[in-house]
Design a protein around this ligand. Sequence first.
Ligand code: GLU
Length: 420
Amino acid sequence: MEARPSDPLDEARSQLRRAIDLLGLDDSTYEVLASPERVLQVKVTVKMDDGSVKTFLAWRSQHNSALGPYKGGVRYHPSVTMNEVIALSMWMTWKNSLAGLPYGGGKGGIRVNPKVMSARELEQLSRKYFEAISDIVGVDRDIPAPDVYTDPQVMAWFLDEYSKVTRGQFFGVVTGKPYELGGLRARVVSTGYGVAVSTREAAKKFLGGIEGKTVAVQGYGNVGYYAAKFLREMGAIVVAVSDSRGGVYMPEGVDPDHALKVKRETGTVANYPGGKKVSTMEVLELPVDILVPAAIEEVITEDNAGRIKAKIISEGANGPTTTKAEKILTEKGVVVLPDILANAGGVIMSHIEWVNNRMGGWITDEEALSKLEQKMVENTRVVIETWEKKLEQGRNNLRDAAYMIAVERVVKAMKLRGWI
Ligand code: GLU
């Protein structure tokens, strides 16, 4: 994957600035929202299996709590920076607001390459991180969840560590937990499923339906795989998939389950038999109807935006499109389903899990998935409608519409609380 061209926090701030201007709000409101309420940096040391000791930097950023407790995932990635975590926490504020959830925005990160660690090392890292942030998290304070390279097992360690620190059982302190520990089985599919539902709705509106439309997916983790799987079930043809090591292009269609098997067995989907090998960046420029960037930030930039052929870009990842790239895409008439809309399925399902924990376990997976689908359909409709009614097409994009709704709700809550 190429180096990131700019600081994600600059991107997040310029998106906020656009929303503030569109809403006719003043500079002081921008200032209030441009930085987080709190960022905690902690140092985590791990005794490695070979006897050595390694030190990792880690953060939890709490961006805004006007709408409720902070909510957002924790990522383990070798290039995580504090500014990236802050940007991601700001995006969570907007995502949760747009989805109508009673949450503010938070995010955590550890600068680590989890792929080279043993399960025991990862367990120690996870427990020590959660212990270090345990004073600022809580069922009604800040509720972490999975993100890049963290999963239900990591959430189980977080939960257990929290039980030890607090000497209590607070299942709602993290979401995305294993089923046996109060999680919902539907959580693992939820982000990818939400991406597929939002994409299907946009395809109905802009492409005359999802059936037979071609899709390329960049990133084959939890989000990319399930987005591919569900889009195919909905009738689309997934013609290309990629992961951090490379990708495959097959105009006749890739089977998402087989691609996952190939990745598990050989380390990358690029070894999918019979297709043309493409790089993870080339996947973005293939002649497809729909592009799903589902890896990391800032992969669609001013350098490649002009070469993108997709008519719909559905942001499975957080922040994959830079502001400069978005301008080019908007002028070309490409519809970008923004991250805070398209990938909200994960946190929407997290909310259902959290509510379920507080009720003592009650909701079935079928109910949870159908609630998620309804919410994604409705959110997509509202964003498209706001764009059509309140904004200028060709100049403004769906992100502008989504941000207007999201920022306005947070600003109203801050006013009601007397903060501004
Ligand atoms: N990490 C996911 C996101 O970026 C989910 C967060 C959550 O469930 O709290 O939206």
